[in-house]
Ligand binder design. Structure first.
Ligand SMILES: [Zn+2]
Length: 344
């Protein structure tokens, strides 16, 4: 969720967040949903799940939706296959005040030992409202060693009526002892189409802007929203990118060649940093076992764009005419972009 859309916790139902409420609202993660549905309908829920896949592809969002199924009294009693939205559990969840749902370490960079201790203490208590308690732990690869040792203890002897949902974009960095106690749920980088659909629901943007952000986001909603929200800032990378691909290369080369040297350098640096991030993201998703090959194209595209930006920087350092440098850069970016579009 973007900062602009985030409600004050516990004061607003999250329908306003446009957060998915049911599995059917989640796009692009059919395999993960199938695994979770099978788990729910078999009646043999695991004590712990590991949602593994690239960052920003919807693991934590799906974890929250899964929690709705686990907590809804209609689903628990077998009266419904979908969260009803009406029972006390569903209502409290929507208001962000469900006493049996724990978003451990939410908003923190890492889950610390004190979070783990609190979690273990909470897991020992009986559920208050629902038939079980659900603990969502995001990005467990970032847990401190002490915290993950404490988590391991909880996974080894899971308290009754407790479900742990762990997410990780780098499962290789999670201790095997933790991994082996979780049922794996595979997530994949979101296809461009799914990303466009999701970000169009979250932000008021034109289809063209949504598509541009989606193509640069390497399968990550997080990244796409960062690109879009950067437009609010003075030096948004998406604005840079849009400019780089939007106007005629000559018009733009005119504009940037009239900037002072410092401004020119800053522009190229910002564009370079942004492309590096995209490259990193597409590399991450490539190394995932769930990759579908779709990101190899993305990877090449970002790499080639980045090479063009670096070339432009070197040219400026060697005092090549700024106009020629920028015209060359914008031509190349445009060419790469149209190649990329053709191969999609
Ligand atoms: Zn319900």
């Amino acid at each position: 969720m973007g900062r602009r859309d985030r409600p004050i916790e516990g004061h607003m139902p999250d329908q306003n967040l446009r957060e998915p409420l049911r599995f059917g609202d989640i796009v692009g993660q059919e395999l993960a949903i199938a695994v979770l549905r099978a788990s729910l309908t078999s009646g043999r829920l695991a004590h712990a799940y590991m949602f593994r896949g690239p960052s920003g592809c919807g693991k934590a969002t799906t974890g929250r939706v899964f929690a709705r199924y686990l907590l809804c009294s209609e689903v628990s009693e077998g009266k419904s296959q979908e969260p009803c939205g009406q029972c006390p559990s569903c209502v409290r969840f929507s208001y962000g005040t469900h006493p049996d749902f724990f978003d451990v370490g939410k908003g923190q960079r890492t889950i610390k030992i004190e979070d783990s201790h609190q979690m273990i203490e909470d897991s020992m208590k009986k559920p208050f409202l629902a038939s079980r308690k659900v603990f969502l732990l995001r990005d467990v690869e970032n847990m401190t060693r002490e915290a993950s040792n404490a988590l391991l203890k909880a996974l080894e002897e899971p308290p009754p009526s407790t479900c742990f949902v762990l997410t990780s974009s780098n499962p290789a960095a999670v201790p095997d002892t933790v991994i082996s106690r979780c049922q794996a749920v595979p997530f994949r980088p979101l296809p461009v189409k799914a990303l466009v659909h999701i970000i169009s629901g979250l932000r008021d943007v034109t289809p063209g802007v949504a598509l541009e952000a989606a193509r640069f986001a390497a399968g990550s909603v997080e990244k796409a929203l960062l690109l879009l929200d950067a437009q609010d800032g003075a030096c948004g990378s998406h604005t840079l990118l849009e400019e780089a691909l939007g106007e005629s290369p000559i018009v733009q080369a005119e504009r940037y060649s009239h900037m002072d040297a410092e401004g020119q350098r800053q522009f190229l640096d910002s564009l370079g940093v942004d492309l590096e991030k995209c490259l990193e993201l597409s590399l991450e998703s490539q190394s995932e076992e769930t990759k579908k090959g779709a990101n190899e194209g993305n990877f090449r595209f970002y790499r080639d764009c980045l090479l063009s930006v670096m070339k432009a920087k070197r040219r400026l350092e060697r005092n090549v005419s700024p106009f020629l440098t920028f015209a060359g850069l914008f031509f190349e970016l445009r060419q790469l972009s149209s190649q990329e579009k053709r191969s999609e």
